[in-house]
Design a protein around this ligand. Structure first.
Ligand SMILES: Cc1cc2nc3c(=O)[nH]c(=O)nc-3n(C[C@H](O)[C@H](O)[C@H](O)COP(=O)(O)OP(=O)(O)OC[C@H]3O[C@@H](n4cnc5c(N)ncnc54)[C@H](O)[C@@H]3O)c2cc1C
Length: 594
C-alpha cells in the first residue's frame, strides 16, 4: 500500500494462471536467499475466485469435466513449476490408488494399481489435474501463512470493478451467496487472471430448443440432449446430434455424448471397440462431427526429425528488414511451403496443410495415429512454425488476414490430440456411432427446419452440397475474443474506466487487452489521449492480446507467472519500511477473506 511500508497483492481468478502466480510469488517471498526490505507480516496476498474452489479454474473444474476428458498435453509439461504435476502424482499415489483409482485407470487401463508409475509422457484426466491445482493452491497458502504472510481468500466472490485510489488500487467484490458488495482497497499490484470466457454475443440459433452453445458443463449438455431427443427415441427413431467443431472441445463433446457406453481395451491398453449403452431394440445416438475443413487434428507423438531450413529466424529478420519491422504472412507461407516440400520430398506443401488430401476424417485419423509413433512431418513443421510466435510481429493487415483465414489451419495442424482420444474416435466410427462431415468454408449457416430440427449443409461425396437433419447442435467451435463481447462486469468496468484497453493496431482490434509493448505483463491504461503501463494491473491468459496464437499452453503460463512474480517482488524489495498508517497490513476492507 502506497507509503505505508506494506505490500498488498491481489490475484483475481485462481485457475491455472492465478495458482501459478500465487506459487511463484510465495516462492520468492519465502526464499531464504532473497533479501526483502519488508518482513513477511507486512505482506498481504488477496485471492478472489468466483467459483467454489481455488485452483482448477475452467477446464479442470469438477463441474466442467467428466472422466474421459483428458489433458491435451503430457503430464511432464503441465506443472505450475518444473515437473511438479508428476511429482504430485508420485506424492499422492497411495491416496489416489485408494480413493480415486478410476482417475489412474482411465490413463493406464488394466494395470495393477500397485505397479503404477506416474508417467511424464502420459495424458491424465483433467479432473485429476484439477485436484492437483486445488491441493497445490492450498499448500501454497499454508506455506505463506507459516512464514507470516497474510493470505486472504475470497472464494464464491465475483470481482466486479476496480479503480486507482490514494491507497493504491481498489477492487469491488460481490459475495455470490449473499449478494453483498464491498471494496478491498490498497493493492500495490493486481493480477487479472480471469481466464477463459464465453462471448456474450449470441448467434442466430441461440435460444432455440436443442441448440447447446457450449459442451461445458458436460452434465448440462448431456441433460439438454437427453431431454431434446426423448420424443424421437419414443418413436423408435435414431436421434442425431451434430457437434460443430472438431478441435479439443468438439472431442470433449463427443466423449461426453458417448460416455454412457463402454470402450473395451486390448491386453496392452489400446482401445479395441465401443459398445453403446442402449436397451435391446433401441437405436443408439448418432453423433455427427463437422467443421469447415472436416478433419480432426493430428495425434500427439514424438516430433519428426526435421529442422526448418527455410522458415528460420534469420529469414524472418530479413522479411522484417524489407517491411519496416513487420512480418508479411505471404512470405511466411512461402517459406513454410518450401519446408513442407523439402521435408516430404515434394509430396506435401502449404496446400496440403489447408486442405489435407484425405478422402475423409477417418482416413486421416488412421494415418495420423500411425504417424504418431514415428513423427508426423506436417504437424512437426506447423508446430515449429507456430512456436516461432510470428503472429505478434505480423503487419496489422496481415494479422487480420491470419485471424480470418489462416489461424484455423495452424491450430488444426499444430495442436494435436492424445493418441487415446484418436483410438476412441476410431472405435466410435467403427461402431457406427460417429461420422464426420466437411461443411466447407462458404457453407450456409445451420438453419432450423419447419419441424424444429436443424438443417446442416455439408459437402457431399461428389463435392456438391448436401443437407442433413439433426435433433441437437452442440457448438464446440472457436472463441470470439472481441473485448466488447466479454461478459464480465469487471472487464467491462475496467475497459470503461480506461484501466485496461483493447489491443488495436492501425485500427485492427486483435482481440484481448493491450500490454506494455516493452515486454512483461503490465496492462496498458488510458491517460488522456495516450496509453501508458498501468502502475497496478498485470494480466496474462485469454484476456490478453496474442495469447491464443502464441501462448495458450501450460509452460507459457508458468513463464508469465515468473515474470509477474519478479515484477511484484520488486515492490517488496523497494517498499520503504515506513510505519503503517492503518492497522495490521496495508489493506482497507470492511470484510476479511477466509
Ligand atoms: C476445455 C479446455 C481444455 C484445455 N485443456 C488444456 C490442456 O490440457 N493443457 C493445457 O496446457 N491447456 C489447456 N487448456 C488451455 C487453458 O486455457 C490453460 O491451460 C489454463 O488452464 C487457463 O487457465 P486460466 O487460469 O488462465 O483460466 P481459467 O481456467 O478460465 O481460470 C480463470 C478463473 O478466474 C475466475 N474468474 C473469472 N473472472 C472472475 C471475476 N471477475 N471474479 C472472480 N473470479 C473470476 C474463473 O471462475 C476461473 O476459475 C484448455 C482450455 C480449455 C478451455
Amino acid at each position: 500500500m502506497t507509503g505505508t511500508g506494506t505490500s498488498a497483492y491481489g490475484i483475481i481468478g485462481t485457475g491455472f494462471a492465478g495458482t501459478c502466480a500465487l506459487w511463484h510469488v510465495v516462492q520468492r517471498l519465502t526464499d531464504p536467499r532473497r533479501t526483502l526490505s519488508l518482513g513477511p507480516s507486512a505482506i498481504t496476498i488477496v485471492t478472489v475466485e468466483r467459483g467454489p474452489v481455488n485452483g482448477p479454474g475452467y477446464p479442470y473444474a469438477k463441474g466442467n469435466v467428466q472422466l474421459p476428458h483428458r489433458c491435451n498435453n503430457e503430464a511432464g509439461t503441465m506443472g505450475i513449476h518444473g515437473n511438479d504435476f508428476v511429482d504430485w502424482l508420485f506424492e499422492s499415489k497411495p491416496r489416489l490408488i485408494k480413493d480415486d483409482p478410476e482417475l489412474v485407470l482411465e490413463t493406464h487401463p488394466g494395470i495393477d494399481l500397485g505397479d503404477w508409475q506416474p508417467d511424464d509422457g502420459e495424458f491424465y484426466p483433467r479432473a485429476l489435474f484439477g485436484r492437483y491445482l486445488e491441493e497445490r493452491f492450498q499448500e501454497t497458502v499454508k506455506r505463506a501463512r507459516t512464514h507470516g504472510i497474510d493470505v486472504q481468500q475470497y472464494v464464491g466472490h465475483d470481482a466486479i470493478d476496480g479503480y486507482p485510489t490514494e491507497q493504491g488500487f481498489a477492487v469491488c467484490l460481490r459475495d455470490l451467496k449473499t449478494g453483498r458488495q464491498f471494496t478491498v482497497d490498497g493493492f500495490d499490484r493486481v493480477l487479472l487472471s480471469t481466464g477463459h470466457w464465453q462471448s456474450k454475443a449470441t448467434d442466430a440459433l441461440s435460444g432455440h430448443g436443442g441448440y447447446i452453445a457450449s459442451p461445458y458443463p458436460p452434465d448440462a449438455m448431456q441433460a439438454a440432449v437427453a431431454e431434446h431427443i426423448q420424443s424421437r427415441c419414443a418413436r423408435d427413431e435414431r436421434p442425431r446430434v451434430f457437434v460443430q467443431g472438431m478441435g479439443p472441445s468438439g472431442i470433449d463433446a463427443i466423449m461426453t455424448l458417448c460416455g454412457a457406453g463402454e470402450f473395451t481395451y486390448t491386453h496392452d491398453g489400446h482401445i479395441a471397440s465401443y459398445q453403446p449403452a442402449v436397451r435391446a431394440g433401441d437405436e443408439p445416438l448418432s453423433i455427427v462431427a463437422g467443421s469447415r475443413c472436416g478433419f480432426f487434428s493430428p495425434v500427439r507423438g514424438p516430433l519428426a526429425p526435421y529442422e526448418p531450413h527455410y522458415l528460420t529466424e534469420d529469414q524472418l529478420a530479413e522479411i522484417r528488414r524489407d517491411h519496416q519491422g513487420h512480418l508479411k504472412i505471404e512470405r511466411i507461407l512461402e517459406l513454410l511451403d518450401k519446408d513442407l516440400c523439402r521435408a516430404t520430398a515434394g509430396a506435401a506443401g502449404w496446400n496440403d496443410m489447408q486442405n489435407p488430401r484425405y478422402h475423409c476424417a477417418k482416413d486421416k485419423l488412421t494415418s495420423d495415429l500411425q504417424d504418431s509413433y514415428t513423427g508426423n512431418l506436417i504437424h512437426t513443421i506447423a508446430l515449429k512454425a507456430r512456436r516461432m510466435r510470428f503472429y505478434s510481429r505480423l503487419a496489422p493487415s496481415d494479422k487480420a488476414t491470419y485471424d480470418r483465414f489462416l489461424d484455423t489451419h495452424f491450430i488444426r495442424t499444430a495442436v494435436p490430440m492424445p493418441a487415446a482420444n484418436a483410438e476412441k474416435l476410431l472405435a466410435l466410427m467403427d461402431a457406427g456411432i460417429l461420422t464426420t462431415v466437411r461443411q466447407g468454408y462458404d457453407a450456409p449457416r445451420i438453419a432450423v427446419g419447419e419441424d424444429g430440427g436443424f438443417r446442416i449443409t455439408y459437402q457431399g461425396d461428389e463435392g456438391g452440397r448436401a443437407t442433413m437433419r439433426a435433433d441437437c447442435v452442440v457448438r464446440a467451435s472457436a472463441q470470439d475474443f472481441r473485448m466488447e463481447n466479454h461478459p464480465s462486469p469487471l472487464v467491462q468496468s475496467l475497459l470503461g474506466r480506461g484501466e485496461i484497453v483493447p489491443h488495436a493496431e492501425e485500427g485492427y482490434a486483435t482481440g484481448g487487452i493491450a500490454l506494455d509493448a516493452r515486454g512483461g505483463y503490465r496492462a496498458l491504461k488510458r491517460v488522456g489521449d495516450v496509453c501508458v503501463p498501468s502502475p497496478h494491473l498485470s494480466s496474462y491468459g485469454s484476456l490478453v492480446r496474442f495469447w491464443q496464437h502464441e501462448h495458450n499452453f501450460a509452460a507459457a503460463f508458468v513463464e508469465a507467472a515468473e515474470r509477474v512474480a519478479d515484477d511484484w517482488i520488486g515492490v517488496a524489495t523497494a517498499a520503504s519500511p515506513w510505519p503503517a498508517a492503518v492497522d495490521g497490513t496495508g489493506l482497507v476492507s470492511t470484510e476479511k477473506g477466509s
